[in-house]
Ligand binder design. Structure first.
Ligand code: PLP
Ligand SMILES: N[C@@H](CCOP(=O)(O)O)C(=O)O
Length: 468
């Protein structure tokens, strides 16, 4: 499989290079040049299979010969053996034809673990084969950071630097990043919002001399392998509910558009999906864009669903590339306009193509709290605030005849104060995470300035380009 950039001006790469690259060198995001196709029999055969077996089938064609199948299988088996639920991503029925796809049974209690547990292993494998080290950077609004640190802590070939908005993540999220004691872990609290953190990460990738000096790698969903691992659970859920003989809809709590883009990839590979619904909090740039055709940045408002407090949604660029027929120059034009004026318009044809696959809705703070309270009262199911946004938005898109799957993106115990205030129930952390709440914290507070962050990383990353 070959990968090319959404902006069409970066080198075409194989999987193992895409895995280590992060952002493409033209500022774009890598996409596979074609979508592997699964026929109806193959999709039907996923029902009832162990999660890791489906993962191998879905992931294999994207990896090509870059990793031998026995090694790939071993990494997949190991990645999902550590999940607390035997089904890895179980479906729980909460209404007549409504289901929550629980994606939070991994080590850090958020959907990010599903991809990150595999990504950490695959990166380590490829770095070892190539005899290299890497400096990993990631921007987080709360969950990617903890999941990435968990996946890379103590790994000999990588140093990991996670940038998060100071004071804008939950206590549990912050402690997941600040309490690991391994020397290769660095939690950087930036005085800004998530968009500032993400812009600095992209700035580092676009600063080629720095990027090459420290052998920069990225673990945000700008990295294709993150999206790839997330495609799997759409197939698993779809097949469990009757695909390919029955269509399913998915509502996805959305911020950086990575999770829902994985759903779109599943559609391109043959999964029959009625609609993919984008659910946002009041930072509703994506819902507005689908309504108006105009992508327009506004200031980020802090909410009780902090992981979705995002205005610049990286993976939307991947969708723009798809619906523009992979026309790199048109994607570049829109991204340049966004950089210059904070907005761009989508042409009629591509917009119609988007609307054929996607719906959208928003959920404000009171609605989020009311959905947590109501779902606890009516179904005895405790939602985290992000999943609650999905449940609220899904209600406006259900038609009763098509199963609606809401992606359960985080465990309620990551946001105990919000959940307790709304429902009266304080969710408990699993026993193995409780110690973290009293452990010593280690973090570095920095200004949200590219050169200050680069200076810190360059001083603390081990000789990243050295062969080991
Ligand atoms: C709990 C939670 N829900 C939803 C999202 C949004 O997912 P995405 O950024 O892939 O759209 C995030 C952050 O990414 C998250 O941490
Ligand atoms: N909500 C995310 C934001 C980063 O998203 P990513 O999927 O691109 O890593 C977070 O929790 O950090």
């Amino acid at each position: 499989m070959k990968y090319s950039s959404t902006r069409g001006e970066a080198p075409v790469l194989e999987f193992s290079d895409v895995l280590l690259q992060g952002l493409a060198r033209d500022g774009g995001l890598y996409l596979p040049e074609s979508w592997p196709q699964f026929d109806a029999d193959t999709i039907a055969s996923f029902a009832g299979k162990p999660y890791a077996d489906v993962a191998l089938e879905v992931i294999r064609p994207f990896v090509g010969g870059a990793i031998p199948e026995t090694d790939l299988k071993a990494m997949i088996d190991e990645a999902y053996a550590g999940f607390r639920h035997p089904a890895v991503t179980p479906l729980v029925q909460t209404g007549a034809n409504t289901f929550i796809l629980e994606l939070f049974h991994g080590p850090t209690l958020a959907f990010k673990d599903v991809a990150m547990q595999l990504l950490g292993r695959m990166m380590d494998y490829v770095l070892t084969k190539k005899g290299l080290r890497a400096t990993i950077v990631g921007a987080t609004s709360g969950d990617t950071g903890g999941a990435a640190i968990e996946a890379f802590r103590g790994r000999e070939r990588t140093d990991i630097f996670v940038l998060y908005p100071d004071g804008r993540v939950s206590n549990v999220q912050r402690r997941q990043m600040t309490t690991p004691t391994e020397d290769n872990v660095h939690a950087l609290a930036l005085t800004g919002n998530f968009d500032d953190c993400q812009a600095i990460v992209k700035g580092m990738f676009n600063h080629f001399s720095f990027r090459d000096r420290v052998a920069l790698s990225g673990v945000n969903s700008i990295n294709w392998a993150r999206i790839l691992a997330q495609i799997v659970y759409y197939f698993v859920a779809g097949a469990t509910l009757g695909a390919p003989h029955r269509k399913v809809s998915f509502t996805v709590p959305t911020g950086n558009f990575g999770d829902i883009f994985a759903g779109y990839a599943a559609v391109k590979m043959g999964l029959p999906v009625e609609k993919l619904i984008v659910a946002t909090n009041v930072n509703d740039i994506l819902a507005r864009t689908l309504e108006t055709g105009r992508y327009e940045k506004r200031v980020v408002t802090p909410t009780i669903s902090p992981s979705m407090d995002i205005q610049v949604s990286s993976n939307f660029e991947r969708l723009l590339a798809e619906v523009s027929g992979r026309d790199g120059s048109s994607v570049r034009r829109m991204m340049d306009q966004l950089a210059q004026s904070g907005s761009f318009s989508i042409e009629e044809g591509p917009l119609a193509e988007m609307r054929a696959h996607f719906g959208a809705g928003r959920c404000d703070e009171a609605q989020t709290a009311a959905t947590i309270a109501g779902t606890w009262k009516e179904a005895g199911y405790l939602l985290d605030p992000h999943t609650a946004i999905g449940v609220h938005v899904a209600r406006n898109h259900e038609d009763g005849s098509v199963p609606m799957v809401v992606l359960g993106t985080a465990h309620p115990a990551k946001f105990p104060d919000v959940v307790e205030k709304a429902s009266g129930i304080r969710p408990e952390l699993p026993d193995n995470l409780k110690d973290m709440m009293t452990a010593e914290e280690r973090q570095q507070v920095l200004a949200a300035e590219l050169d200050e962050v680069e200076r810190f990383i360059e001083t603390h990353a081990r000789a990243a380009t050295a062969r080991v």
